[in-house]
Design a protein around this ligand. Structure first.
Ligand SMILES: [Fe+2]
Length: 246
């Protein structure tokens, strides 16, 4: 991908938008997001008032987990997306929303991609799951119907996952929630439906893109995600076989 982050092209308004969104979530997320998110945020050294420079972020990230952030033009197709992530390259958009779009976006911008995703990319076991799930998806990119199902796992974990240790209250690790002020409040409140993480249940559950989720799945640990990969692989292989027989 030849696109680069032209850092000097960011305007003061761009940096101000980052600063507003960053400050708002820094105040909002304590007590809602998992401690590992805050630890990751500290490790990657984002500045509150400046858009992160991908080169600087990668110098920190790569030695920790092998992952790096690569600039992407926006939403990339499934084959490109999963192939990048399977190779530990996380595609992130370089544009940031404008001042009048603070709360509503049709597609993810760099505040979502960078603030929401990158701190978690400091966690080895999370990264192992993410890369392996993407490698699995890559094997099925010729079958959009299979990818649709597999994407549900990605959606209900990486994007909208919650964490709930026994006896504790739910906490956020999904990037789509971490970058949304409204959904970060709703997802961990009493008002949302929370299920325990279950591969078959997730594969049977569609999701919405345009509004907040109506339900969430809670893991107890990132190891649980990693350990679920063989089960996901078996379920997806069975699904593919079923679909090919039709
Ligand atoms: Fe995302």
């Amino acid at each position: 991908m030849s696109l680069t982050q032209q850092y000097s092209n960011y305007t003061e308004e761009n940096h101000t938008v980052w600063a507003i969104l960053f400050q708002r979530q820094i105040e909002n997320l304590p007590g809602k997001a998992i401690p590992a998110f805050f630890k990751g945020l500290e490790l990657v050294k984002f500045k509150p008032d400046r858009i992160p420079n991908f080169e600087e972020v990668n110098q920190i990230l790569k030695p920790l987990t092998g992952f790096e952030v690569v600039p992407a033009p926006g939403i990339v197709d499934d084959a490109v997306f999963f192939s990048l992530i399977a190779n530990k390259k996380f595609p992130a958009t370089v544009w940031i929303r404008t001042m009048d779009q603070l709360d509503y976006l049709e597609e993810p911008d760099m505040f979502h991609d960078v603030f929401g995703h990158v701190p978690l990319l400091t966690i080895p076991v999370y990264c192992d799951f993410l890369a392996a799930l993407s490698a699995m998806a890559l094997e099925h990119v010729d079958r959009p119907d299979v990818i649709d199902k597999l994407t549900r796992i990605y959606w209900y974990t990486i994007e909208f996952g919650l964490f709930r240790e026994p006896g504790a209250k739910a906490a956020i690790y999904g990037a789509g929630i971490l970058s949304s002020v409204g959904e970060s409040k709703l997802s961990v409140s009493e008002e949302s439906i929370k299920y325990d993480f279950n591969v078959d249940h997730i594969l049977d559950t569609s999701y919405v893109k345009e509004t907040y989720q109506s339900q969430y799945f809670c893991i107890e640990s990132f190891e649980q995600l990693l350990e679920s990969l063989p089960k996901i692989g078996r379920a997806i292989a069975a699904l593919r076989q079923q679909l090919e027989e039709v």
